[in-house]
Structures are given as structure tokens and as C-alpha cells.
Design a binder for this molecule. Structure first.
Ligand SMILES: Cc1ncc(COP(=O)(O)O)c(C=O)c1O
Length: 384
């Protein structure tokens, strides 16, 4: 068996031709592919506005600057890539980590407990972890009752939904962000996007994307005015052409991921390897995360992952808790910070790991992965 990575892009000849077409054209950046990709994304998600940017992290940064004020307190999850809470810090605001549920998503009931206690909490930065949407009804309730701003980190959830509310539609949030890193559902190499229904936020973030400079009028094309301290977070036409071509195939990609998830669920049924949630066609299955109670085995999670790698099976951990990262542990944000207890996250982290999940993964490979894991665990079962 050749090495099976945990994730891999799916690029075909149409994608390559789309990129070559831009390379032969007049504009490599700032051309019509940018607007076309933005229109396609906002149309797909059902949001009014879209801005494509150079990465998911850049998208988070712009949203944080547009939504937050210095020292605002922001509820967020320890179970994400560090970018989610880093964005809060970029805006000189304070991330407050809330424990997760068994499915890896932030616990919205505990969010309410925090909101009741603390009037300085101004926002919630949530992640639809692995592609499994947060409960949109609860987001709506928290937003309305506590008057907070909500950002949906949809880096895992292009194509996911909750009772018909699509990730990225911003029905119950100010903004959503996406990432188009090659491990994600669609890729632009590096890249990201923001969706929003607010014209005001859209216009502000559009300026911030390009140095905070207001575009020149055509009659005075040599002038410009810098209104904010912005960045160059633009995405090129080359990347947008690839994104557009990839987005055309999103439904096929999602279908394949859901089939893979269904089969993993079937193959692990009644075994000691537990998927973090029951199969649902509403998840976009960016990741397929399973849990093993390693207390029942003479093998640690780390040892299992290394043994799997020796057998050509790539895995990953999503995520090592953000609040346990050295930088965060040493961060001094004031009295109540850094002391959050996240026992469910800690237990999850001792048990959970991600299995290969990408469109080109074959049934034969999936069966090999499942059998290899179960064989190793069986050999290392602790006697009762
Ligand atoms: C949940 C989440 N948010 C944000 C990001 C950042 O995206 P990017 O790598 O495009 O900067 C990632 C990327 O892995 C992610 O998984």
C-alpha cells in the first residue's frame, strides 16, 4: 500500500486549463476572476457579499478588526487551528476559551453561562468543527439575547448546513470565513474568503484587504487616500480561476466525502473506535475524527499514530488545545484569563485523532485503514 495522507487536494485538467487561461491573459491579479469567484461563493453560501483574501487567517484578521474593539472579550473554542483565537489577539481583544462538547464543537450552553456572568463579552468566534455545523438556533438565541457579534469560522464547513441554514450564509452571524488551503474542500493553493450580509462590514473589510486605501476615481487615476492601516491580503486571478473551477465540483466533492464518512461509520460499528458524531448528511466532512479510550489499551495515542505511519497511514490531531499552547499559557491578559478549565477538551485530546478523508481515497484504502487500526488495538488490549 502506498502512503495514504490524511488529506489531499483533487485537481483535474479543467482546473489546470482554467489557471493556464489566466496565465495567458492580461491580468494575473485584480482582474475579472476575482469578482467572478466572489460572486460564485456568495451565491453558493447564500450571503449578500463576499471578499476573497490570501488565506483563512487573513479572513479572520480582517473580520476581527472590523468586528472588535480593543479589550473586548470574545468567547471561542480551544478546539480549532490557532488562527481562530489569534485573530482575536490581532485586534487587541481577549479570547476566552469555552469547553467543547463530545462532538468537538464549542459548548454553546457554557457560552451562555459565561455571557450571564460577564457583560464585557462582545463576540463569539465559533467553528463548525470538522464540517458539523454549530446549532444555528442556539447561535441566533445567544446573538439576540446577549447582543453579541458572531463570527462563524467555516474553514471546515463549506457545504455544511443546520436545518437548512447553510454555513457561510451569515443568517445568524456578522461574518463567516473560509480557507482554501489544499486540505480543505476546494483549494486555491493558499486562499480564503469572507461572507457577510452587511454592506458596511463588506466595504470596511474591502478597504482593509488592500492597504486601507480607497480606490482612485478614473478621472483622477493617480490619486488615492489611505483611510485605515490595512494590508495586502488580496487573492490573485490565478488563484481565483482555480477556486472557480474547483467550486463547480463542490457537490461531487461533498458527495464523495459523505460516502467515505458513511463507510467509516459502518466499518467501525460496534468496535472500540468511535466516530465523534453519528453520520449526518448535513456535515461537509472536512475531517473524519474518531476517539479511542486509550485507558483500555496498552498503547498510547501517540504510539498508535506512529505505528499507523509505519504502515503508510497518515493521521493528524485536530486539535491540540489552543489554550495549552506555550504562547497562550504565558499570555497575560488580566486576572481571569488563562485559568479556564476545559476538561472535556482535555479528555477529547487524549482520545481523538483524524483519519484520511479526501475525495480520491478508495474503498480499498479505507478498509485497509480500519483493519490496521483495529488489529493494532486488538493486539494491545488491556486485560480486564
Ligand atoms: C478552523 C480553521 N480556521 C482557520 C484556519 C486558517 O486558514 P488558513 O490556513 O487558510 O490561513 C484553518 C486552517 O487550517 C482552520 O482549520
Amino acid at each position: 500500500m502506498n502512503f495514504i495522507p490524511y488529506a489531499k487536494q483533487d485537481i483535474d485538467e479543467d482546473d489546470i486549463s482554467s489557471v493556464c487561461e489566466v496565465l495567458r491573459s492580461a491580468f494575473l491579479t485584480g482582474g475579472e476572476k476575482v469578482q467572478a469567484f466572489e460572486d460564485a461563493l456568495s451565491g453558493y453560501c447564500g450571503a449578500k457579499y463576499c471578499l476573497v483574501v490570501s488565506s483563512g487567517t487573513a479572513a479572520l484578521h480582517l473580520c476581527a478588526l472590523a468586528l472588535l474593539n480593543q479589550n473586548d472579550e470574545v468567547l471561542t473554542t480551544p478546539n480549532s487551528f490557532v488562527s481562530t483565537s489569534n485573530a482575536v489577539l490581532y485586534a487587541r481583544a481577549k479570547p476566552k476559551f469555552v469547553d467543547i462538547c463530545e462532538d468537538g464543537n464549542i459548548n454553546l450552553t457554557l457560552c451562555e453561562t459565561e455571557l450571564k456572568k460577564n457583560k464585557n463579552i462582545k463576540a463569539l468566534f465559533g467553528v463548525h468543527f470538522s464540517g458539523n455545523s454549530l446549532n444555528q438556533e442556539k447561535l441566533k438565541y445567544l446573538k439576540e439575547k446577549y447582543n453579541i457579534k458572531i463570527l462563524e469560522d467555516c474553514a471546515h464547513s463549506l457545504g455544511a448546513s443546520f436545518k437548512g441554514t447553510k454555513a457561510g450564509s451569515c443568517k445568524n452571524s456578522e461574518c463567516s470565513i473560509f480557507s482554501f488551503h489544499p486540505v480543505k474542500h476546494i483549494t486555491t493553493g493558499e486562499g480564503g474568503a469572507i461572507t457577510t450580509n452587511s454592506k458596511k462590514l463588506y466595504e470596511k473589510m474591502k478597504l482593509l484587504r488592500s492597504h486601507g486605501i480607497s480606490p482612485a476615481k478614473s478621472e483622477t487615476f493617480w490619486t488615492y487616500d489611505m483611510l485605515y492601516l490595512g494590508f495586502n491580503y488580496r487573492l490573485s486571478d490565478i488563484s481565483c480561476a482555480l477556486g472557480l473551477s474547483q467550486l463547480k465540483k463542490i457537490e461531487t466533492f461533498l458527495e464523495k466525502r459523505r460516502l467515505l464518512a458513511k463507510l467509516y461509520n459502518e466499518l467501525f460499528l460496534n468496535t472500540c473506535v468511535k466516530p465523534i458524531y453519528k453520520y449526518t448528511p448535513n456535515s461537509s466532512y472536512h475531517l473524519f475524527v474518531v476517539r479511542v479510550d486509550f485507558r483500555k489499551f496498552n498503547i498510547k495515542k501517540e504510539e498508535l499514530l506512529l505505528l499507523l505511519r509505519a504502515k503508510n497511514i497518515g493521521t493528524q490531531v485536530h486539535y491540540n488545545p489552543i489554550n495549552k499552547q506555550k504562547y497562550y499559557k504565558e499570555l497575560d491578559l488580566g486576572e481571569d484569563y488563562g485559568k479556564e478549565k476545559t476538561p472535556t477538551m482535555d479528555m477529547y485530546n487524549s482520545q481523538a485523532f483524524s483519519l484520511p478523508m479526501y475525495t480520491k481515497l478508495s474503498v480499498e484504502e479505507q478498509k485497509y485503514i480500519v483493519k490496521t487500526i483495529l488489529d493494532i488495538l486488538q493486539k494491545n488490549q488491556r486485560n480486564a
